[in-house]
Design a protein around this ligand. Structure first.
Ligand code: KDG
Ligand code: MG
Length: 407
């Protein structure tokens, strides 16, 4: 008898931070899949979309028909796109691929065509309040085996720069229900002065071999970004990430005209069409969508296939605020496509690993997954239930005159 979906369970848990996890159960009690539908700061909106609107559509359906279910949720229900709905869809998509792998007795990368590589080149995050702290952090990462490292430094006089803050640490991890978003003060001019000096310092101290990356996090205007890119050119970054906000694709042309620095973009895209002109017009070099926010593995494969034709490589988003299922999905795709570039990664805290075992493993610069059927990830539901949701926000960036950054 054909398998059917019998239940879609949404679990919101906060072992170290909030995660939204989706379990799809089937008519065979031994066959279920787990997906990740975490959207930092908007977790309950996604959970409600799944529980109230999407789950009822899935009950009684055949979990083998991933593409059909994807299209039904995306196009078939008329309302489509946006971070909330595409994150919810990704949660379902990942759980369905997990089920398909478990039924086939194969890891997902095998279902996607099999390995094209032995491991996925990974990059980690290093930051500090000054150049010496960043250098120490990079040296420690190199000693751990990393061959590629994202470097961020606090801008002198600013309370926070993307990736590093001098606010008391507890303000970031506080889940006090009354807590409102942390405010980061940021100005482009001092930032533009310090970043080329940081990268020059690291090249002099560490040599040319280590791959360095930097995330602007969209805090510049196009002409400022072009200046930064030009000034960084001599230090051969692996890529410059999110140099400007994503909305106006034409702005990327301005950056491109001024520099040969490789550009990476995509964590704020929610459909393939958001980034399409950047790929087809070769205005970026790395597409770094978040599989968990763009509808999952099914959509990532299509984006990778489009990008391949335009010599754009992948660098899927792999931050600390998505669950291990999405990190695993990243690596399953990385291992099976031709145009993989690099994979961002984090080491999950022990408490998160206990709740969600099976994140990709890191060794000698590369990420890998096991040959376990499906995504290779699981959830300890009883333990997850002991960590209730706690409201939290991303920081809000304001300029020194008090206005919200217009990037
Ligand atoms: O929730 C937002 C984070 O995922 C994002 O700030 C991380 O920019 C990011 C990155 O490159 O990892
Ligand atoms: Mg980023």
């Amino acid at each position: 008898m054909a398998l059917t979906i019998t239940n879609v369970k949404v679990l919101v848990t906060c072992p170290d931070r909030n995660y939204v996890l989706v379990k799809i159960e089937t008519s065979d009690p031994g066959v279920y899949g787990w997906g990740d539908a975490t959207l930092n700061g908007r977790e309950l909106a996604v959970a409600a979309a799944l529980e109230q609107h999407i789950a009822p559509l899935l009950i009684g359906r055949d979990p083998d028909r991933i593409e059909d279910l994807w299209q039904m949720i995306y196009r078939g229900t008329y309302w489509r796109g946006g971070p909330v709905l595409m994150t919810a869809l990704a949660g379902v998509d990942l759980a369905l691929w997990d089920i398909k792998g478990k039924r086939a007795g194969m890891p997902v990368y095998s279902l996607l065509g099999g390995r094209t590589r032995d491991g996925a080149l990974a990059y980690t995050h290093c930051s500090g309040r000054d150049f010496a702290e960043v250098e120490d952090s990079v040296r420690a990462a190199m000693a751990r085996g990393f061959k590629a490292i994202r470097v961020q430094v606090l801008v002198p006089g600013m309370s926070g720069t993307y990736g590093v803050s001098n606010q008391p640490a507890e303000r970031y991890s506080s889940f006090d229900m009354e807590a409102l978003p942390l405010v980061e003060r940021f100005e482009p001019s001092p930032y533009l002065r310090v970043i080329p000096k940081l990268v020059e310092h690291l090249r002099v101290a560490l040599g040319d071999e280590i791959e360095l990356l930097h995330d602007v996090h969209e805090r510049l205007t196009p002409i400022q970004a072009a200046r930064l890119a030009k000034e960084l050119e001599a230090y051969h970054l692996f890529f410059l990430e999110d140099p400007i906000r994503p909305e106006n694709k034409e702005s990327f042309r301005l950056i491109r005209q001024h520099t040969t620095i490789p550009i990476a973009m995509g964590e704020l895209f929610h459909t393939r069409w958001d980034g399409l002109p950047l790929i087809t017009e070769q205005l970026i070099d790395f597409i770094r969508c978040d599989l968990g926010h763009i509808g999952g593995i099914s959509e990532a494969r299509k984006i990778a296939a489009i990008a391949e034709s335009f010599y754009v490589q992948t660098a899927w988003h792999g931050p600390g605020d998505i669950a291990p299922m999405t990190h695993a999905a990243n690596v399953h795709v990385d291992l099976s496509i031709a145009n993989f570039g690099i994979q961002e990664m984090v080491f999950f805290p022990e408490v998160a690993q206990e709740v969600m075992p099976g994140a990709p493993t890191f060794a000698d610069g590369y990420l890998n997954v096991t040959d376990a059927p499906g995504l290779g990830t699981d959830v300890n539901e009883a333990l997850a239930a002991t960590y209730p949701y706690k409201r939290a926000y991303l920081p809000v960036v304001r300029r020194v005159d008090g206005s919200v950054g217009d990037w």
